[in-house]
Design a protein around this ligand. Sequence first.
Ligand code: HMH
Length: 146
Amino acid sequence: MEGAKQEIPMIEKWLNQHRELYTAATRHPFTLSIRDGSVDLSAFKRWLGQDYIFVRAFVPFVASLLLKSWKESDDDSDIEVILGGVAALNDEISWFKREASKWNVLLSSIVPQKANLEYCRFLESLMSPEVEYTVAVTAFWAIEVV
Ligand SMILES: Cc1ncc(CO)c(N)n1
């Protein structure tokens, strides 16, 4: 009888390989302060404006992924998952606008911070037709899992 393979699943392997980064991102003091309600209002407003810029840039990235999934995916259900992501982004943008108005954040005049600008540029680079669907969808997964 063949020995049962004891392969570590890919996602588990990646999480193990990047455990410190993953914990730093998902247990960040800002995130924890949101969870327990102690968040500093000016930090929240700064996040709101910066994340709004990110989400605006994320929409065309997800749209490009939708197109790639239609062309390159071998699994029909992928397109529906990504379409669900687009729908969620629509609701998310409405939420950002509501929150911004509630907290007097002027979304039209937010200046992106350097890290955010670089992140948006990275997203844009993933939109290139040269970038394969498998690469782009893995980035999508990583962005959403963290
Ligand atoms: C869907 C989505 N992914 C990631 C982020 C980053 O915070 C966000 N605001 N929305």
